[in-house]
Design a binder for this molecule. Structure first.
Ligand SMILES: [Zn+2]
Length: 426
């Protein structure tokens, strides 16, 4: 009998989950795609490493953004299989990781309850529900029934521990069947999850199937998605919110056309500062389109969002950003300073990796999440420690989650008055 090398199976499973180039637009299906941003090879940004993983080869993939010449959608150039993104390692993002996040989700629940009228008999489903922060807020504020859908094993287990009923799966047939079995959802939310989806049409068909209320047709229910807004990304030069876990970078113009083709309508748009600038859109089967759609499209066109030249300039600005930041950090080191990072945010990993920042510049990065402390940043391999590790020797601190910089400065500034904070983008 022939002896089979076990590594063969390892190789096969890697091939099964191979990297897929995006050849047609994720929203409209057009093949008219143009490469507009190229940030080089990156590891998965949300996969923080354990010490023993540091000596293993790290998989890196091209981090590119494409623009659809047809509908104007911007999207990743390559899709890393979701099993690799969320299930091959412990996932490190949880929705409870900062006071800012918890407050944000409480406000979001209040907003949706007030607008859509959620009551005790209604079911609220959250796709990519993390540890259940948003759903717990819905239940506390409206008495509604709740159900989470979360693909990461370790995160879904934490949600269940928190008392939030959670299906440990992707938004799949199994999950949708369970929602239908429970009578359908009045509200389906997806916060920073809609932009992680490869097959958008299949995702929305499943949303539509799950959206019913008390036996009423889907018109009665609403899909509420919150995602980073492409206009903010471009205007703030927030290239670090580009990472391999993100499939899409959304603007209203291509989304409005996408939903229209599915017989759905954007009935509300709100903007907020979460994740450095997000939009919250409410979508219904049928329903009346909000006049805000036209207002947003006009803004997006005026900002050049659908023109390749805008991104040529953006790429030059990203390169200049890198040179400026490296000069600042290097000068701090040369003057005998000790430089650290604050907040091991996912977006920080794109910034660190693109700029080539490692432990020669940052001693360590502090964080409050128990899912990250003791681990290392992907690619740059900088150790993550708790705030207690900050000593009097520290002279400079680079704030990686720049979107919550005011909150972090307020928290750490009085305690460490000698530290000069460096905040990208603000
Ligand atoms: Zn398109």
């Amino acid at each position: 009998m022939r002896k089979v090398n076990k590594n063969v199976f390892k190789t096969l499973s890697v091939r099964m989950y191979a990297l897929m180039p995006v050849t047609t637009c994720l929203l409209c299906g057009s093949a008219d795609l143009k490469l507009i941003l190229d940030l080089g090879l990156h590891p998965l940004a949300d996969t923080f490493l354990k010490k023993e993983e540091l000596s293993e080869p790290e998989e890196k993939y091209p981090l590119q953004v494409l623009l659809c010449g047809d509908c104007g959608h911007t999207m990743t150039g390559f899709i890393v299989p979701p099993q690799k993104r969320y299930q091959a390692h412990d996932y490190s993002y949880d929705s409870q990781n900062s006071e800012v996040s918890v407050q944000h989700f409480e406000d979001m629940a209040a907003d949706v309850i007030a607008r859509e009228g959620v009551g005790a008999e209604d079911l609220v489903v959250d796709i990519g529900s993390s540890v259940g922060t948003l759903l717990a807020a819905f239940r506390a504020q409206s008495g509604s029934k709740i159900l989470g859908v979360e693909p990461s094993h370790n995160i879904a287990a934490l949600a269940t521990q928190n008392g939030v009923p959670t299906i440990n799966d992707f938004w799949s047939k199994v999950a949708v069947d369970e929602v239908v079995k429970q009578g359908g959802a009045k509200i389906i939310t997806a916060t920073n999850a809609f932009n992680h989806i490869g097959d958008m049409s299949a995702f929305m068909q499943d949303v539509e199937r799950a959206l019913v209320s008390g036996g009423l047709p889907a018109q009665a229910g609403a899909f509420v998605a919150e995602v980073p807004y492409m206009l903010h990304l471009v205007q703030k030069l927030a290239f670090d919110t580009i990472y391999l876990e993100h499939m899409s970078y959304f603007a209203i113009k291509p989304l409005a056309r996408f939903f229209k083709n599915l017989g759905m309508t954007i009935t509300d748009i709100q903007e907020n500062e979460y994740m450095g600038g997000s939009i919250r859109i409410t979508v219904k089967k049928g329903g009346e389109e909000t006049p805000l759609v036209k207002t947003y499209i006009a803004r997006e066109e005026a900002a050049g969002l659908f023109v390749a030249g805008t991104y040529q300039r953006m790429m030059q600005n990203i390169q200049q950003f890198k040179l400026n930041l490296m000069a600042e950090l290097t000068a701090a080191k040369h003057s005998g300073g000790t430089v650290i990072g604050i907040g091991a945010a996912t977006k920080g990993n794109t910034l660190l990796h693109y700029c080539g920042i490692d432990t020669s510049l940052l001693e360590f990065i502090t964080d409050t999440s128990s899912l990250k402390i003791g681990k290392y940043t992907p690619g740059s391999h900088i150790p993550i420690v708790s705030d207690d590790a900050i000593t009097d020797a520290v002279t400079h601190a680079l704030i990686l989650p720049w979107n919550i910089a005011p909150f972090l400065k307020e928290k750490l500034g009085p305690k460490y008055p000698k530290i000069a904070f460096i905040v990208p983008h603000m």
